[in-house]
Design a protein around this ligand. Structure first.
Ligand code: G3P
Length: 217
């Protein structure tokens, strides 16, 4: 499973990238707002840092305007994936932009039917939002499983990009279900390294190392 980082915080991306944890980046208008940066400027900086796909989201709601915004975003760098919402106009923009050879990430997906339409419109990525379904007492992971089944049954090559990931468990669950990509905030990726037994075991080893007077360098 590929790891994308869901942030427009360049320092956080740089740190994870140095560890080989960043196969791509996803942003959205809320994350751009949080960064306090200009969308074109910060997106360019991220694209200079990361080799993999960097999603940048349109803010228009009509297909023609989305296509114009998508072309402008795609001109930033070759690794831009234009992000469009899963609306009828978004699907039109997806088809037009993928026909031009651009990568498109169709976002705000909450149902298997929406994912089926995105694949038919040629989406490079479909972004089902797990956490926001869980917030409604629905099961976001069920959606990942359903989309995996549908895409595999019909051989769609649209990649499942699990989004709205809120916990480390979401990451391993998405990996088990065969999501192609999971995009998570930097804090969730850090959390994946934690285990109480690791902390406990390390404390015991260090205590014994001190007793034994072990020095390595
Ligand atoms: O990848 C989508 C993500 O940014 C939304 O996450 O936590 O706001 O539902 P969240």
């Amino acid at each position: 499973m590929k790891f994308f980082v869901d942030t427009a915080d360049v320092d956080a991306i740089r740190e994870l990238h140095a560890l080989g944890m960043v196969d791509g980046v996803t942003t959205n208008p809320s994350l751009i707002m949080k960064s306090g940066r200009d969308i074109l400027e910060v997106t360019r900086e991220i694209c200079d840092l990361v080799e993999g796909p960097v999603s940048a989201e349109v803010v228009a709601t009509e297909a023609e305007a989305m296509i114009a915004e998508g072309r402008k975003l795609a001109a930033i760098a070759d690794n831009i994936a234009v992000k469009v919402p899963l609306t009828w106009d978004g699907l039109k923009a997806c088809k037009a932009l993928t026909d031009e050879g651009k990568m498109v990430n169709v976002t705000l997906c909450f149902s298997a039917n929406q994912a089926l339409l995105a694949a038919k419109a040629g989406a490079t990525f479909i972004s089902p939002f797990i956490g926001r379904l869980d917030d409604l007492n629905l099961d976001g992971l069920d959606l990942i499983e359903d989309i995996r089944t549908i895409y595999d049954t019909y051989g769609f090559d649209t990649q499942i990009l699990a989004a709205s990931i809120r916990s480390a468990n979401h990451m391993s669950d998405c990996a088990k279900l065969g999501a192609d990509v999971a995009t998570a905030p930097p804090a969730v990726i850090h959390k994946m390294a934690e285990h109480v037994l690791t902390d406990k075991g390390l404390a015991a080893f260090l205590e014994d190392a001190a007793k034994a007077g072990i020095k390595i360098v």
